[in-house]
Design a protein around this ligand. Structure first.
Ligand SMILES: Nc1ncnc2c1ncn2[C@@H]1O[C@H](COP(=O)(O)OP(=O)(O)OP(=O)(O)O)[C@@H](O)[C@H]1O
Ligand SMILES: [Mg+2]
Length: 247
């Protein structure tokens, strides 16, 4: 059988037949305005940036445009809970590669609990190691998805997968991601984890008030702040807790 090639997702553009209002959500977010300039890496594209910079909004827009429920899960997951969905997907046109992915998953830390309940209700547990995700710890159930559910030849969108994972499990997640990349998979991952961001042969897109731009791992705040803090934590703690009057 011929080798399948990536990427499945090349880039997103704004549909020319839509009217964009830059004054209101989601186009009021600078990174959303620049979504067209993101070229996805065939292996892993990371979204990084401050809280509220628009990573989840863009990831959700892409996910819904790809056919996922905004809550996450496989494309078969069909439910909508109380959380509001951004209308971004209605504006997006996705440029996709020729081969179609055979597998797809959207993992969201925020709504993972709801997806787990849906899996229990529908009795659809086979791909999750056969065990209810609710009877596993948060981190265990995340790892069950990474290790049992994702099959390869897939497109995988992950929003803060590190949220539940210990440092050791984050290293295990790196191994799982690498194996899936070798197995012709493509990832887009919103993360704050310097461990995950270290993955080589990937692209890091930084979201901020000016829009989006690519950065090298060692130039990210995540790398610099974590490294500096761990190397100098007694002094940094002193500085953090210093009374203003002593300054
Ligand atoms: N449905 C919505 N309506 C209006 N504003 C929204 C909506 N959803 C998100 N926002 C706002 O859009 C901004 C971007 O939110 P988003 O969740 O994309 O940030 P993020 O980069 O994922 O942050 P974090 O790192 O905290 O997860 C925030 O200021 C948020 O309050
Ligand atoms: Mg987010």
């Amino acid at each position: 059988m011929p080798k399948r090639t990536k990427p499945y997702l090349l880039h997103a553009s704004i549909r020319p037949d839509t009217k964009v209002d830059y004054g209101s959500f989601p186009f009021s977010i600078p990174a959303v305005r620049e979504v067209e300039s993101i070229e996805f890496h065939p292996n892993v594209t990371f979204f990084v940036g401050e809280n509220g910079s628009g990573k989840s909004t863009v990831l959700e827009g892409i996910a819904v445009a790809l056919g996922f429920s905004a809550e996450g899960g496989t494309k078969n997951v069909r439910f909508q809970s109380a959380g509001s969905i951004s209308p971004l997907h209605e504006y997006l046109r996705l440029a996709r590669g020729v081969p179609k992915p055979r597998d797809a998953y959207f993992l969201r830390a925020e709504s993972f609990f709801n997806v787990a309940s849906y899996m229990d209700e529908t009795g659809y547990l086979k791909g999750y190691g056969g065990q209810s995700l609710h009877t596993q710890s948060h981190g265990e159930s995340f790892m069950a998805v990474l290790l049992n559910k994702l099959q390869g030849n897939g497109i995988y969108l992950l929003d803060e997968p590190e949220a539940a994972l210990s440092p050791i499990r984050q290293l295990a997640a790196l191994t799982a991601i690498h194996q899936l990349v070798e197995d012709h998979s493509q990832f887009v991952i919103a993360t704050h984890s310097p461990i995950l961001l270290s993955y080589p042969n990937a692209k890091i897109i930084h979201f901020d008030k000016l829009g989006v731009n690519e950065v090298a791992f060692e130039d990210t705040e995540h790398f610099a702040v974590t490294k500096d803090f761990l190397n100098n934590y007694p002094r940094r703690l002193e500085q953090l807790f210093q009374d203003d009057t002593d300054a």
